[in-house]
Design a protein around this ligand. Structure first.
Ligand code: PEP
Ligand code: MG
Length: 583
């Protein structure tokens, strides 16, 4: 039995067999074995990968026939020669049967060995073939990995997915009846993969370092998404202990659901609006079931992530109308697409950016892709006559950027008017405060918008210069850093002065230890992951506004994140134990 520690990113407990996905980078193929009864299936995978790779190279050969020069001709011939070589395939298959290696590992062992021999040859022609062998290995691995990814979609038995990392798109495609838990080597608490896992209610632990090396397909794995631990091949006593814990956790969740129809009001009568963050329109129902008062953040870019073709105006409109139908008159804040960084554009871009989080993401991407931006705005405006719809721009860093976005909006309104298409002329327009620049010019921004929503996930990343998806610096990613708390306090002051609405929609709003602090700082609207709405509501209903204000005052005097963290954790313990005296 092994216990691996990581970062808990989505609550709950899963106990299941493991499905391990290889890392997408071909340098790190793990020494992985499979259960002996799976060797036949593994050899079948290998045969299929050889076949698919051969078909692929033959296809390329035909497609390029007219362009052939003799060097290209040589390359295709060498590749096909190896891919059709039965002895080579048999050697790889032998490693699978004799040592129970995974097909990926067996391919990499044999082909790297051949490549090494070629590389050492004195004859230049032969030594240059080493890079061809590397290409063949890569092609075979690509097919094997692609097949494994497709296999995940076709599984019929529940599994825990173990991977080096997952993209938000991969995670979003998981069937929650089958994928019961997620464990990854990489990642951070506010990565979009973690956010999607939380929305789907799949227990997840990230930043495990070497999970993919230590876990083999078919191992029994426990994912404890509450404490950030993964137990590999637990003994019977440990399984029973976790089963008991999982049942208690589920019972507690059901009990919390009883709060769904009660308001989030403090013991001294101060009401907090709890809104849901969603990625897909289908989640709006869950927000309602869990007692949310509306949608505070609709991450519309997810429409792009699982689409085969670029969504058009009608796709946007249909998605928004689905949300509105579920939500009736409750407010729905639709954020214009926040593509880029860890979402979508890098994978599809011919030349990926060197610093994607500082690159062409979000509003910058939209302002450079006006037809796409306008299509989304038209859809939001058309939907705005059917519900309480607001429009929000992400990653604003300057007044000019906000104004440019508003000019585009004015243009789109004019077009709709000319075409006689109805829309809400006074649709509220807001910005996310998620860069230090926006926080510092909040006064000026407040004069030109109807509301602010603070995106702490990015605000923390950009203020502290800590990548939100990098597990190596995860311990530095602290919402309790005095710089962050000062920014939050100043933004509250600015919003109050300007009399504009304010909410906080970063993951900080989903974490119970921060609830008293945020209420005490003056946040009356929090927008959070659906599954956490009942937990946060329970805390609000257990404390007074006065107590929260005292907490905020105290925390603002601390100089370090650690002091704040210890203090808030202890206060949360007291609240949950019923030890707080309220008036
Ligand atoms: C944020 O940055 O806090 C936020 C809510 O936006 P996202 O997580 O989608 O970047
Ligand atoms: Mg953000």
């Amino acid at each position: 039995m092994d216990i691996i520690k990581g970062i808990a990113v989505s609550p709950g407990v899963a106990i299941c067999t493991a499905m391990v996905l290889e890392a997408e980078d071909y340098q790190r193929i793990s020494h992985r074995t499979i259960p002996p009864e799976k060797t036949r299936a593994e050899i079948h995978r290998l045969r299929k990968a050889f076949l698919d790779a051969t078909t692929e190279v033959s296809g390329l050969q035909t497609a390029q026939a007219e362009l052939w020069d003799s060097r290209i001709k040589d390359i295709f011939a060498v590749h096909l020669h190896f891919l059709r070589d039965r002895t080579l395939r048999r050697k790889i298959a032998d490693l699978i049967t004799q040592h129970n290696y995974s097909a990926e590992y067996a391919v990499s062992v044999i082909l790297r060995d051949i490549s090494k021999h070629f590389g050492q040859a004195k004859d230049r022609y032969i030594s240059e073939r080493a890079s061809d062998i590397f290409d063949i290995e890569k092609r075979l691995l690509q097919h094997l990995m692609q097949e494994r990814r497709e296999e995940v979609q076709k599984l019929t038995e529940p599994v825990v997915v173990v991977a080096h990392d997952l993209t938000p798109t991969q995670t979003a495609s998981f069937n929650t009846n089958i994928i019961k838990g997620i464990a990854t080597d990489a990642g951070g608490r506010t990565s979009h993969t973690a956010i999607v896992a939380r929305s789907l209610g799949i227990p997840a632990v990230v930043a495990l370092g070497n999970a993919t090396r230590n876990i083999t397909i078919g191992d029994i794995v426990i994912v404890d998404g509450n404490h950030g631990t993964v137990v590999v091949n637990p003994d019977q006593a440990t399984i029973e202990e976790y089963q008991g814990y999982a049942e208690a956790f589920t019972a507690r969740e059901h009990k919390l659901d009883e709060l769904a129809h009660l308001p989030a009001v403090t013991t001294d009568g101060h009401t907090i609006r709890l809104m849901g963050n969603i990625e897909f329109p289908s989640e709006a129902k869950t927000t309602l079931q869990r007692g949310g008062n509306g949608i505070g953040l609709y991450r519309t870019e997810f429409l792009y992530l699982d689409a085969a073709e670029e969504p058009i105006e009608e796709d946007h409109y249909n998605a928004y109308m689905e949300t509105i139908r579920d939500f009736g008159d409750h407010p729905i804040t639709i954020r214009t697409v926040d593509l880029g960084a860890d979402k979508f554009t890098q994978a599809r871009s011919a030349v990926p950016e060197r610093n994607p989080f500082l690159g062409l993401r979000s509003i910058r991407y939209c302002l450079q892709n006006l037809p796409m931006f306008k299509a989304q705005m038209r859809a939001i405006l058309r939907a705005s006559v059917h519900g309480d719809v607001k429009m929000m721009f992400p990653l604003i860093t300057s007044l000019l950027e906000l104004r440019q976005a508003k000019w585009v909006l004015a243009d789109v309104k004019e077009d709709l008017e000319e075409q006689g298409i109805p829309f809400n002329e006074n649709i509220p327009v807001g910005v996310m405060i998620e860069t230090p620049a926006a926080a510092l010019i909040a006064d000026e921004l407040a004069d030109e918008v109807d509301f602010f929503s603070i995106g702490t996930n990015d605000l923390i990343q950009y203020t502290l210069a800590v990548d939100r998806v990098n597990e190596r610096v995860a311990s530095l990613y602290s919402p309790m850093h005095p710089a962050i708390l000062q920014l939050l306090r100043n933004i509250v002051k600015t919003a109050n002065r300007a009399r504009i609405e304010l909410s906080l929609c970063g993951e900080m709003a989903s974490e119970p230890e921060f609830t008293p602090l945020l209420v005490g700082l003056g946040f009356d609207t929090l927008s959070l992951a659906n599954p956490m709405i009942p937990d946060i509501k329970k805390i609000i209903r257990s404390v007074s506004l006065e107590y929260c204000q005292a907490i905020a005052l105290k925390v603002l005097q601390f100089d370090t994140s650690n002091q704040t963290s210890n203090f808030l954790r202890e206060e949360l313990r007291k609240i949950q134990a019923g030890e707080i005296e309220n008036n």
